[in-house]
Ligand binder design. Structure first.
Ligand SMILES: *Cc1c(COP(=O)(O)O)cnc(C)c1O
Length: 414
């Protein structure tokens, strides 16, 4: 039973959030209209869902899905593959596709996502095959007072000149306490870099898709990359990743996806096309449900005295909500509360563990139909101060609301 106090806060939340929910509905409507129009233009049909085996030559469904993604994301070209196991691999394919020995990769949004640090070889060459092992140098410009440091970027552009091959932007905060970039901000960085350098601007777009009405390639990014068990899979895709961007950049990435020369010509879809189309069709709506859940959670948890980011009335460009629990047990209890109101594995108690690719122990609540899916309501956080829970997703607003209320109830009963 949810306590009276919490039910009252819940009602207040929905009243305060009504205008924000209305705006989210508009974004979802406009994105759905864009996606639907593109499905029609490309004559998506049942014959595209059957899929191919073996080499996967002439897979019309796969090839059409690539075009649908490219068009919806404002890109010249794209590939979408269920065989890409996660976002990190998609990012790795993109970076290895573009970077050559002695090139420089410059992150302009602090340190990238934990798992990507190993791909880059942030701690230096160690023989495991990271970018550093192949002689790719890495440098970074940090946020300055929570803003993009354009002066810092300019200095690095001057310092590295033609050696600078990739300017890297992570749109979402990921596991860091830093702001998420809006599409406008990403556009400003793209313009700034393109006016001064030949470098590719590459955006880690994980968790950002369909939160706004434009995507990074609409505002000048040369490449954007994401995971299908997050936003664009719409909760239907069972695995996968995508890369979209300029023709040249996507071609180079496709040569890493398969082999130089074959690129996107091969790759059997093995019956997955239907799920990927269906998920992409649903994605704008599902993202809207996740966004509403995040706003709702922000309101409720702030009212209970926790420091949340973003605030309930702040503009969003990703689906992540953070709450600082302040102590390890709070983080663990909160994640366990989310798990307990999940549709799958509700009886399981998540515990912190040393997850491959992450530097601290991580606790994860994931009662999802698809393993690790974080467009479904999921909650996780590295067990390190200030014990911040990062949560995201929800296939429906109703189930998200129920889970937040039940997790919050556990916290106040502590
Ligand atoms: C999820 C995510 C990734 C990729 O993580 P995977 O677990 O490999 O899918 C990369 N960057 C950001 C910002 C993310 O949120």
């Amino acid at each position: 039973m949810i306590s009276e106090r919490l039910l009252k806060i819940s009602a207040e939340a929905e009243e305060a959030l009504a205008p924000i929910y209305k705006r989210i509905d508009e974004i979802s409507y406009n994105n759905t209209a864009r996606v639907l129009e593109i499905f029609k233009e490309h004559r998506v049909s049942d014959s595209m869902f059957s899929g191919t085996t073996g080499y996967g030559y002439d897979d019309i469904g796969r090839d059409t899905l690539d075009k649908v993604y490219a068009d919806a994301f404002g890109a010249e070209s794209a590939f979408v593959r269920h065989t890409i196991p996660n976002g990190t691999t998609a990012l790795s394919i993109g970076l290895f596709g573009l970077l050559r020995p002695n090139d420089v990769m410059l992150s302009v949004t602090n340190e990238p996502y934990d798992t990507l640090c190993e791909v880059i070889g942030l701690k230096g060459a160690n023989g495991d095959g990271s970018l550093a092992d192949f002689g790719v140098k890495y440098d970074q410009v940090n946020f300055k007072n929570e803003e993009i440091d354009f002066e810092g970027i300019e200095n690095k552009l001057n310092e590295y000149g033609d050696k600078l091959k990739v300017v890297f932007i992570q749109r979402s905060k990921g596991y860091l306490n830093r702001p998420t970039l809006t599409i406008d901000q990403i556009g400003k960085i793209c313009d700034f870099v393109h006016a001064r350098s030949q470098a590719y601007v590459v955006v880690d777009n994980c968790y950002g898709e369909f939160c706004e009405e434009r995507e990074p390639c609409h505002v000048g990014a040369d490449m954007m990359i994401g995971s299908l068990i997050k936003n664009p899979g719409g909760g239907i895709a069972e695995s996968g990743g995508y890369i979209a961007g300029t023709k040249r950049a996507v071609k180079l990435a496709s040569y890493r996806l398969t082999s130089v020369g074959t690129g996107c010509e091969v790759g059997a879809s093995l019956g997955q096309n239907r799920n990927l189309f269906k998920g992409f069709f649903l994605a704008p709506h599902v993202v809207s449900q996740a966004l509403k859940t995040a706003h709702f959670a922000a309101f409720v948890l702030e009212r209970l005295g926790f420091d949340v980011s973003p605030k309930y009335n702040e503009y969003r460009s990703d689906i992540i909500q953070t709450v600082k629990l302040g102590y390890a047990d709070g983080l663990i209890k909160f994640c366990q509360g989310i798990q307990a109101s999940s549709p799958v594995d509700s009886y399981v108690t998540p515990m912190p563990w040393a997850m491959p690719g992450y530097q601290d122990e991580v606790i994860m609540a994931a009662g999802a139909f698809t393993q690790g899916s974080s467009i479904e309501l999921s909650c996780d956080g590295p067990v390190r101060p200030p014990y911040t829970a990062f949560f995201q997703g929800s296939l429906t607003y109703e189930s998200g609301k129920l889970a937040i209320l039940s997790a919050a109830d556990r916290l106040i009963k502590e």
